[in-house]
Ligand binder design. Structure first.
Ligand code: NAD
Length: 460
């Protein structure tokens, strides 16, 4: 960090105090500049993500660039309405007064991103911070090195540097930032680091949004087309080589569905990535040696039966799309969030009841998926489970629907964003009361409100 964290925050705070970021024109122009950056520099973003994660052009376009552009378009279109005060209904005691709820920027925001979607995870919240009228410090993940360097180069060229700053670095730099007083912290990453973030935030009573992960389960019931299930599952699991916070983590199904589902998944792997996924331009790589070692450790530790997948290759950080069946609940693959291209299938003899019992024995997941055409099975999931999102008959895709709040519950996070929820994550809703000061209103007040009290004043 060339400038100290405290100087950066102090200079942003003094810009915020001038009121520059409150102007809707400023917010619109910054959102437009962010959009322009993504369009004009598209080739460089595609290259950075290829270098960090070997993400294909299509994946980068859809899951990073278009996601952010969509958010910017939505926030820009709705800005006037989002930033305007709303009028709540009047109550009996406020019938002579005016009531409003005024959205206010919080001040200076800190946005800390993770490496798996290194552009989207910082720029989407940044669009919300700007739309809501805040200054912001962006701290990209140091693990996606090329993406972080590109953001550090481009954001100052496109955005108002008095209001938006990028700080690169790892644990030390992030901790220096966390010592400062921010008005909100938006963190994406592991629940282990989230605890560090929240502890630091508590010193200043700074509100936090925590976008975390966990094991997102899938249940497959009888009576559904397994080819459709396998196509949607393989797409959501193996995109970005499984390094997606809402990727299906494990599959539960009745024992007689396990083999046909495993076969269908193996067929989809070949259909999507060919006989040798290493050669597919659409299949990614593991982000770091540390993550590679963790995943190959799990592959050698598991006692389950491998259906598809081959040997990992450390030189390329390549782990093939891998499916295991007959996995036991106490297997190594069930210990922690897999966050890689490994999909275990577990048979549940007791059907949906046993599946729900197993899911509820773990932490509340970020996403819960159930493939079923049975309304009573759907109701069981709706009524008896809790998760950030509940999706029937698909995976991952809900993150692209910006009218749905995106976020976790319990160990998978707190707070939410996307669309208007991103604006709200960076806003304070201030209550404003315009009290009537007329003689009539005061006469009514005097009859009921002020001491000395007597029974008629209380209306008894
Ligand atoms: P990471 O290692 O990139 O860390 C995230 C951020 O925390 C980085 O900016 C990093 O610099 C910072 N950091 C790391 N250690 C720190 C420390 N000791 N003190 C202060 N800051 C520190 O990413 P990760 O933690 O490996 O992320 C993976 C997790 O994130 C998974 O659980 C995944 O499911 C989750 N995730 C969630 C979402 C979501 O939207 N809910 C999105 C992506 C990833």
């Amino acid at each position: 960090m060339t400038q100290s964290a405290s100087n950066i925050v102090a200079s942003l705070r003094s810009t915020f105090a001038t009121g520059r970021t409150r102007s809707l024109d400023w917010r619109r122009s910054q959102l437009k500049a962010l959009h322009n950056m993504l369009s004009e520099q598209e080739a460089r973003f595609l290259e950075a993500l290829w270098r960090d994660l070997r993400k294909s052009k299509q994946e980068t376009a859809a899951t990073e660039l278009l996601m952010v552009k969509g958010e910017i378009a939505k926030l820009s279109k709705e800005l006037t309405h989002l930033a305007a005060p709303t009028k709540p209904p009047k109550t009996f005691i406020s019938r002579m007064d005016g009531l409003a709820i005024q959205p206010q920027p919080l001040g200076v925001a800190l946005i800390i991103g993770a490496w798996n979607y290194p552009i989207q995870l910082v720029l989407l919240p940044l669009a919300g911070a700007i739309a809501a009228g805040n200054c912001a410090v962006v701290k990209p993940s140091e693990i996606a090195e090329a993406s972080a360097a590109l953001l550090a180069e481009l954001l100052p060229k496109y955005l108002d540097q008095d209001c938006v700053r990028v700080v690169c670095g790892g644990v030390e730099e992030t901790q220096q930032l966390l010592e400062q007083r921010f008005d909100t912290i938006f963190y994406t990453g592991s629940s282990r680091v989230a605890r560090i973030v929240m502890a630091a935030a508590s010193k200043h009573l700074t509100p936090v949004t925590l976008e975390l992960g966990g094991k997102s389960p899938v249940y497959v019931s009888h009576g559904i087309d397994l080819e459709l299930v396998s196509r949607r599952l393989a797409w959501g699991k193996f995109m970005n080589a499984g390094q997606t916070c809402i990727a299906p983590d494990y599959v539960l199904c009745p024992p007689d569905l396990m083999q046909p589902l495993a076969d269908a998944l193996a067929a989809r792997v070949i259909e999507f990535f060919g006989e040798n996924p290493r050669d597919s331009p659409d299949y990614g790589r593991i982000v770091s040696d540390r993550m590679f070692d963790r995943l190959s450790g799990l592959l050698s530790e598991t006692k389950a039966k491998r259906v598809v997948g081959g040997d990992p290759d450390k030189a390329e950080r390549f782990i093939p799309p891998t499916v295991f069946m007959d996995v036991k609940p106490d297997d190594a693959l069930m210990r922690e969030e897999l966050f890689g291209p490994i999909l275990p299938i577990l048979p549940v003899r007791g059907g949906v009841d046993e599946a729900i019992e197993l899911i509820n024995a773990g932490e509340k997941p970020l996403a819960l998926y159930a493939f079923t055409n049975d309304a009573s099975v759907r109701r069981r999931f709706e009524d008896s489970t809790s998760s950030g999102a509940l999706v029937f008959n698909d995976v991952v895709i809900h993150a692209g629907i910006d009218t749905l709040p995106f976020g976790g519950v319990g160990e998978s996070g707190m707070g939410c964003y996307h669309g208007v929820y991103t604006f709200q994550a960076f806003s304070h809703r201030r209550s404003v009361l315009y009290k009537n000061a007329s003689a009539i209103s005061e006469a009514v007040n005097s009859r009921f409100r002020y001491p000395p009290y007597n029974e008629s004043k209380l209306g008894w």
